[in-house]
Design a binder for this molecule. Structure first.
Ligand code: TRP
Length: 357
């Protein structure tokens, strides 16, 4: 008896090269589940336009760089569907249909949107948003985020997910409000067009256990802080970054006792230790040695570097196996496969909505 494999759908905005936070937070999970589930993994290039619509110069390169990192991390285009959002125009049609039934209040109350607006109100984007002085300089107007598209971000995301009849969506904590909205939109669609039955499948979050990972400066690893270690770091820069990592400011000499974990003496905890925990099977000994003043930070960093050597060499080798042309053809093939499924779902939805086909 064969059970139908469950469908997984997830995506990342096309932000270019990925770092170890992305690797441990999302990619490793994707790689681990690609055998077990029917997986659709999407490069969300349209979502980039919701905020950076006036900065599209580097978008093509960002898409390719990110897919290369996916492949280097072990995603296999034979096992999963790797595709580009803008090459599957069916998403846009479903986005439009869903936008008809999505109450504005759901979007205006979306915590992610509100937070982003708040953040932006502190920047010059905020001026353009009209969140500060109404006499904001008109030169900023093209940076405005008071757009239909930015407010509709989660509706587009709902379309991305619902069009594949996804059962499960592996996402981080920050994306849970968006996923909840997708579920609510699906329910509303079913209430209006489902005659009591289910037309759209309600996706569930696949919670990801995200290990705590700090950037080189002790803050959360993030591209925008400039503290990230890329998955595809060259040996030279890798060495420089690791040797310059934030440790424990109270551990001045090698034999001073250290505070590797977050504590009053070292609130963020040690960045090197956070990586030791991921890459060193024997990290517990290292932590004890640090606390007892038996190892110094330089030795600890050198050890970490040697532990990173093998996985990083593997990334480089896998990445080198693909060139831009190979990436383009993987995306073209994946997008064609995605369109088959997306098209079939749309046919079903058009019928449910009694649109003439
Ligand atoms: N919003 C997601 C992010 O910022 C990206 C995304 C777009 C996504 N569409 C999706 C994630 C569908 C999961 C499913 O990371």
């Amino acid at each position: 008896m064969s059970m139908k494999r469950k469908t997984v759908m997830s995506g990342m905005r096309a932000t270019g090269r990925l770092h170890l936070g992305n690797l441990w937070g999302a990619l490793k999970r994707w790689v681990a589940i690609q055998d077990e589930y029917q997986c659709y993994f999407m490069v969300a290039d349209w979502h980039m336009l919701t905020t950076a619509y006036d900065r599209t110069e580097g978008l093509g390169a960002s898409v390719r760089e990110m897919v290369l990192d996916w492949l280097a991390a072990g995603l296999d285009p034979k096992k999963c569907v790797i595709f580009l959002q803008s090459r599957v125009p069916e998403h846009a049609e479903l986005y439009l249909l869903l936008s008809m039934i999505t109450p504005l209040s759901w979007l205006e109350n979306n915590p992610t949107w509100k937070e982003q607006l708040q953040e932006l109100s502190k920047t010059k984007h905020g001026l353009a948003l009209g969140l500060q002085a109404p006499e904001a300089p008109s030169g900023e107007a093209d940076e405005s985020l008071r757009t239909h598209g930015f407010l509709g971000y989660p509706v587009l995301q709902a379309a991305d997910i619902l069009i594949y009849d996804a059962d499960l969506v592996p996402v981080g904590q920050d994306q849970l409000p968006h996923l909840e909205l997708s579920r609510e939109i699906a329910r509303r669609f079913n209430t209006i067009y489902g005659k009591g039955g289910e037309v759209l499948c309600e996706p569930r979050a696949m919670p990801t256990e995200i290990p705590k990972l700090l950037g080189t400066d002790g803050r959360k690893m993030s591209k925008s802080y400039g503290n990230a270690i890329d998955i595809f770091e060259e040996p030279d820069t890798l060495r420089k970054k690791v040797m310059g990592m934030y440790t424990d400011p109270t551990k001045v000499r090698a034999n001073d006792p250290g505070h590797p974990d977050p504590c009053p003496e070292n609130p963020p905890g040690c960045s090197v230790c956070a990586l030791q925990k991921l890459y060193n099977p024997d990290w517990k000994t290292r932590v004890e040695d640090c606390r007892a003043g038996r190892t110094g930070c330089v030795a600890c960093k050198k050890e970490l570097l040697s532990l990173l050597e093998k996985p990083f060499a593997e990334f480089r080798a896998r990445r080198a196996a693909y060139d831009a042309k190979a990436v383009d053809s993987i995306l073209a093939e994946g997008s064609a496969r995605a369109r088959e499924k997306a098209g079939a779902t749309l046919d079903r939805l058009r019928r449910a909505m009694r649109l003439v086909s």
